[in-house]
Ligand binder design. Structure first.
Ligand SMILES: NC(=O)c1ccc[n+]([C@@H]2O[C@H](COP(=O)([O-])OP(=O)(O)OC[C@H]3O[C@@H](n4cnc5c(N)ncnc54)[C@H](O)[C@@H]3O)[C@@H](O)[C@H]2O)c1
Length: 432
């Protein structure tokens, strides 16, 4: 099939890479010319394992093309995947400016007998009529809308797209269902075929349950600290039950990234539109925000003396990305933590294996080190912010020599408290 993918971000590029790998002819359109120029040479504008190899291979095979022109791609395509961003507005609602612009440009360039506009972006429920009206303003040829929400995880995006748990197809049109089933034929995973609204709801509900698990783990962690229990053992015991599962049941400094925070807030806002007060998710969001404060309080108690004063204290933040294996800094908890620490007049030196360039754009007033050991040199404490594998494997004897004070505040529980204490460290984890 010939496909257009609109938006060369995380979702768009992975979608384009995988469908071209599977033998389709794919055009990927973006409005940022520099991004497209780079992509034509195989330069991926962010870090995602294997993505650049997939892209380079399919450019060479003449199955994958990058362009800024809808005109060059949409008329040839039977399917147009919309993969543009839907960032949060101040109110928590999703900003649909990019979505409507992309759909409008697509509509202006229809030329195929039938075009299936398939929305992969996460968009709120209830915009079908407006989207349809936008297309009808410009296009006279036949078209249909479908929703095909994306569930990839950054860091394992290619694997997730090639071998997903499920493929959700939201359309009541038999023709649209047939086309999308055929396109996904060689991809594994359960097929869930439903109407557009249910498909969109699946996406918001899925991210919300993941966020709920994280906040639940954090609430248990707070209780464990007060009760003198070990959260890691408690959650291992809870998660061993297959009805619950251990995935996402980990305490820490809270969830971040481009999806969970914004989708939880957007889901609360969507609920409001439909006259539902989503108290559960409000609590999930509020527990998530509290974890930043909890972590800062631990740092204060570990290095700030009786008063918890951090003025002039030097702190090393290890990890900045919202999770390992990505350079994505969108809504990363590290941003709030760094700002909070510098507001308290601490000196912060940070290191992340991949996210330094992006971090420099969004975190000011801190220093950046060339590696983890340089970051901790002369620091009053080492703070674990992202659970990159290389931090777990650090040489603790060396770390102890480099630090001014042997203190670890572990926001991700990556270390075994017994081992680090035996090495002579003061150790504060989350909920243990
Ligand atoms: N990133 C994820 O892990 C993930 C996972 C599942 C779903 N989603 C959802 O998928 C959507 C896209 O997310 P993302 O992380 O890929 O976003 P992104 O910001 O990385 O990429 C969006 C791209 O769209 C381009 N764009 C904006 N307006 C355009 C237009 N009119 N025409 C062509 N291109 C345009 C931008 O230049 C950008 O390159 C969002 O709704 C997000 O919630 C993201």
């Amino acid at each position: 099939m010939t496909i257009t993918v609109v938006g060369a971000g995380y979702v768009g590029l992975v979608t384009a890479a995988v469908f071209s790998e599977l033998g389709n002819k794919v055009y990927c359109v973006d409005v940022v010319p520099e991004k497209i120029e780079g992509l034509k040479k195989g330069i991926v504008p962010f870090f995602e394992p294997s993505l650049s190899e997939f892209i380079t291979r399919n450019i060479k095979a003449k199955r994958l093309f990058f362009t800024t022109s809808y005109k060059e791609s949409v008329p040839k395509s039977q399917i147009v995947f919309i993969c543009v961003g839907t960032p949060p507005k101040e109110s928590g609602e999703a900003d649909l400016t990019y979505l409507f612009a992309a759909v409008e440009e697509t509509a202006k360039n229809f030329n195929h007998g039938y075009t299936l506009i398939t929305i992969k972006s996460t968009i709120p429920i209830g915009f079908e009529d407006q989207l349809e009206a936008t297309v009808k303003k410009h296009a006279s040829s036949k078209f249909e809308f479908a929703s095909c929400p994306e569930f990839l995880r950054e860091g394992t995006a290619i694997e997730d797209t090639m071998h997903p748990d499920r493929i959700v197809i939201g359309s009541t049109s038999q023709k649209a269902q047939k086309i999308l089933l055929e396109l996904h034929a060689s991809i594994s995973g359960e097929r869930i075929i439903t109407d557009i609204r249910s498909a969109q709801l699946i996406k918001y509900a899925a991210n919300s349950i993941l966020a709920t698990k994280v906040s639940f783990a954090n609430a248990i962690a707070v209780l464990c600290e007060r009760m003198g229990a070990d959260v890691e053992k408690v959650l291992a015991g809870v998660g061993a039950d297959r009805r619950v599962g251990r995935s996402f049941l980990y305490p820490g400094i809270g969830y971040g990234g481009s999806c969970l925070p914004k989708d939880v807030l957007a889901f609360i806002a969507i609920g409001r539109h439909f006259d539902y007060d989503f108290q559960l998710l409000q609590a999930v969001d509020s527990i998530n925000n509290d974890q930043i404060e909890n972590f800062i309080n631990k740092v204060k108690s570990a290095v700030g003396g009786k008063e918890g004063n951090l003025k002039g204290v030097k702190l090393a933040m290890l990890g900045l990305a919202f999770k390992p294996n990505t350079d994505d800094m969108r809504d990363a908890p590290s941003i709030k933590i760094a700002n909070h620490l510098t507001d308290l007049e601490a000196t912060v030196v940070a290191y992340d294996p991949q996210a330094m360039d992006n971090a420099k754009r969004v975190i000011k007033n801190i220093k950046f080190a060339k590696d983890a050991y340089s970051a901790i040199t002369g620091a009053d404490a080492m703070l674990i912010i992202t659970e990159w594998p290389q931090f777990r494997e650090m040489d603790l004897k060396k770390a102890k020599k480099l630090l001014k004070k042997p203190i670890i505040v572990d926001g991700r529980n990556i270390f075994n408290p017994k081992t680090v204490k035996e090495e002579g460290f003061t150790y504060l984890g989350m909920g243990r």
